[in-house]
Design a protein around this ligand. Structure first.
Ligand SMILES: [Zn+2]
Ligand SMILES: [Zn+2]
Length: 349
């Protein structure tokens, strides 16, 4: 079968590799679509970062070289012995998290914080291939009306959904999202799914603003608008109930800390490349807080799949599909140049 195999910094080969088979407790999936994530770009241009160069990961036993890809959907073609909940022919979305099951976070149901966490597609052969094999507890069935493109987006949409749930908001809340990339868009969909109607998306790029506006979002341009002044005016000085940082730059953090109300959170989802310096007195004065968020658990997957089944997610204008052979030129290079927002790879093309 064909697969995208990672050999190290700027070394990704589309090559023929042996087809994996379903072992005990595992499920073989024919991959329909695999999304390219910012993490994949980091591994290619700046890595290896998460991919183990030589020491095998404790939960998967795998190190480089390996097949990348952790955001994918597919069809089950075989199940190993002991697999009970999944059948051949099922359409599925994969939850790529390997967890130990016995550290404190795992024991309290927060396995997204597992102390030896691993990812399918970073610490095990992943979904940018015609076939892949995953443990049965990482498989979620997709309803018939959820297409494979949406199925491949359950993973990043669950990252965003989990972030939204940590903000402790309700349908009366007002929220601010910094950044209209795929995760910012995901937070917008998640908040709408939680019933919020008062949401502004702060984004300096006209292309990204245009994309999220076309989905129905209200936007602010921080290069021409004074966002904290505007929010203060519109909320009678109270500020918003939650802000989300899906941008990862200092101006976003500074603006967000000036916009949130007393005792309200800034939910931080971005990957911060460099240390930031920002006056945290804004945090102290009104008992504001910064709350980190990472990944998701099965609960977030189930919530997102249910919203998808209700037609909640619209992919128009921000999601495109490319063939496996084009993963570098049509995929990584285009995303890095900011010419595309979200790309899904079709491993059969
Ligand atoms: Zn990802
Ligand atoms: Zn654990």
């Amino acid at each position: 079968m064909r697969a995208a195999v990672y050999y190290g910094n700027r070394q990704l080969e589309i090559e023929d590799v042996p087809e994996p088979s379903a072992s005990d407790g595992r499920v073989k999936v024919q991959v329909s679509r695999n999304g390219i994530c910012g993490t994949d770009l980091h591994e290619y241009y700046d890595g290896p970062i998460f991919i183990p160069p030589s020491e095998p990961h404790p939960l998967t036993g795998k190190a480089m070289p390996l097949v990348i890809g952790h955001e994918f959907s597919g069809v089950v073609t075989d199940v190993g012995r002991g697999v009970t909940d999944v059948d051949e022919g099922d359409r599925v979305a994969i939850e790529p998290i390997y967890r130990c099951g016995h550290c404190r976070p795992c024991e309290t149901g927060r396995y997204n914080l597992c102390t030896s966490i691993g990812f399918h597609g970073l610490m095990a052969d992943g979904g940018m291939a015609e076939y892949t094999v995953v443990p049965q507890d990482q498989v979620h069935a997709l309803p018939d009306n959820v297409p494979v493109e949406l199925g491949a987006l359950v993973e990043p949409m669950s990252v965003a959904y989990h972030a939204a749930t940590l903000a402790e908001v309700n349908d009366q809340s007002r929220a601010l999202i910094y950044g209209a990339g795929p995760i910012g868009i995901g937070v917008w969909f998640a908040l709408r799914g939680l019933g919020l109607t008062e949401i502004d998306v702060v984004e300096p790029s006209p292309t990204r603003r245009g994309a999220i506006e076309a989905l129905g979002a209200r936007t602010l341009d921080p290069s021409t608008q004074d966002v904290p002044a505007l929010i203060a005016e519109q909320t009678g000085g109270n500020g918003v109930d939650a802000a989300f940082d899906a941008a990862g730059v200092q101006p976003a953090i500074e603006s967000a800390l000036a916009c949130i109300g007393e005792r309200r959170p800034l939910i931080s989802i971005a990957i911060y490349d460099k240390p930031l310096s920002t006056p945290l007195i804004n945090l102290v004065l009104r008992e504001r807080r910064i709350q980190g968020t990472i990944c998701y658990t099965g609960d977030d997957y189930r919530a997102v799949i249910e919203l998808m089944a209700r037609g909640h997610y619209d992919l128009t204008g921000w999601v495109d599909t490319i063939p496996l052979t084009g993963v570098i030129e049509q995929g990584f290079e285009e995303l890095r140049a900011g010419r595309r927002m979200k790309l899904l790879v079709d491993p059969s093309a």
